[in-house]
Design a protein around this ligand. Structure first.
Ligand code: LMR
Length: 399
């Protein structure tokens, strides 16, 4: 029966890294998957994480199941404090409930299943473009998909008015996926005023916001990056937040994330959590503990937390530096197109504007791997690979 199957297409992001690994070219460059690299091109374990792991190794007494299966009280409290900020009204009123999930993808899938099975939701609207896994996840949950305009490819900016117009037509009770910060794939985020306008439309229309908050800390700062979310929280709305610690803790392969739901009261949040536990039980039963122990240890220890916040800041600064160097180097290589829009974008990703054909040529001729949409991972650039990278792009653009 397996032989009767057609081969499945490779994943548009993971498949590129698989191809990259097989490429024997010693000068190959991977700007596809959203993984941070330091100035040497490595993805090291953060110092704060290493120290937390040493402590965990020395004190851990059991590998018993995580209980409850929605995550430990300590982890869920630490996640909420990071999302909302200490002393926030949502924390004081206890109207949020958090479930520990395997990564941000796990959070999105648990949210999708909960929306479909428990809340009877019908449809999720997502930005055009969005992370290619978003539609696949919500489709797998049995939800219908809709899209709203997001990016103006001509002016390399947010397509704000058309976006808002589309959101004004989303029916009450539908769900709208919003990227909390560092929009994936465009790197274009709404301004605080634009966030406020989106929140106003949501309140008026009655659609429910579902935040993918996978990059907290990588745009402007841990608190600053929650600005979009705050616009909705200020209105006392019910909403969903999917967090990931893959990027800001560098815990990619530990699969640690969280789904937080914000309800109208503590009782409402407790009810929601009781259902999330059931959704999790029938999916992966219990979350993996190691990554969450690291996150809890770091966030709850003043010294480790300060160290981690410094490490997040260093990642953010290096990415911003690479954006500028990329723009400058392209210009130095004689590229006439203006790439300065890249310095206005946030987080790891940018929409380069490179066409599918140019992306294919970069891969086939120069062993430079980019997602076919033209999305580039700026965090994969280094001072060392910048010259060959920009030289190749200049050549491809001039052909
Ligand atoms: C990305 O968009 O490259 C990251 O979110 C990693 C992934 O899982 O696709």
């Amino acid at each position: 029966m397996f032989n009767a199957l057609e081969m499945a297409p490779p994943d548009p992001i993971l498949g590129i890294t698989e191809a990259f690994k097989k490429d024997p070219n010693p000068g190959k460059i991977n700007l596809s998957i959203g993984v941070y690299r330091d100035a040497k091109g490595a993805t090291p374990v953060l110092e704060s994480v290493k120290r937390a792991e040493e402590r965990i190794l020395a004190t851990e007494k059991t590998k018993n199941y995580v209980s409850p299966n929605s995550g430990t009280v300590e982890y869920c409290a630490a996640v909420q404090e990071l999302i909302f900020g200490a002393g926030h009204e949502v924390l004081a009123s206890k109207r949020a409930a958090t479930a520990h999930t395997p990564g941000g993808t796990g959070a999105l899938r648990v949210a999708g299943d909960f929306i479909k099975e428990v809340l009877g939701g019908k449809r999720v609207w997502m930005s055009e473009p969005t992370w290619p896994n978003h539609p696949s996840i919500f489709q797998a949950s049995g939800l219908e998909l809709g899209t709203y305009p997001y990016y103006d490819a001509v002016h390399k900016t947010l397509d704000f008015e058309p976006m808002l117009d589309a959101l004004k037509k989303v029916p009450a009770g539908d769900y709208v996926l919003l990227h909390g910060c560092c929009h994936n794939p465009t790197g274009m985020d709404p301004t605080p005023d634009q966030w406020k306008a989106i929140a106003d439309v949501s309140a008026k229309q009655g659609w429910i916001p579902l935040f993918d908050f996978a990059y907290q800390g990588l745009a402007d700062g841990l608190r600053e990056d929650a600005e979009g979310l705050s616009a909705f929280l200020g209105q006392g709305r019910e909403l969903f937040i999917c967090s990931s610690f893959s990027k800001n803790f560098g815990l990619y392969n530990e699969r640690v994330g969280a789904l937080t739901v914000v309800g109208e009261s503590e009782v409402a949040a407790e009810k929601a959590l009781s259902h999330l536990k059931r959704v999790i039980r029938t999916n992966y039963s219990n979350p993996p503990a190691h990554g969450s122990s690291i996150v809890t240890t770091v966030l709850n220890d003043a010294e480790l937390r300060a160290l981690w916040e410094g490490e997040v800041e260093a990642m953010r600064d290096r990415i911003a530096g690479m954006r500028q160097l990329f723009v400058d180097t392209l210009r130095a290589k004689g590229v006439l197109q203006d790439f300065s829009f890249l310095t206005k974008q946030k987080g790891m990703f940018s929409f380069s504007g490179l066409t599918k054909e140019q992306v294919a040529r970069l891969r086939d001729v120069y062993a430079i791997y980019i997602v076919s949409s033209g999305r580039i991972n700026v965090a994969g650039m280094t001072e060392e690979n910048m010259n060959p990278l920009c030289k190749a792009i200049a050549e491809v653009l001039s052909n």
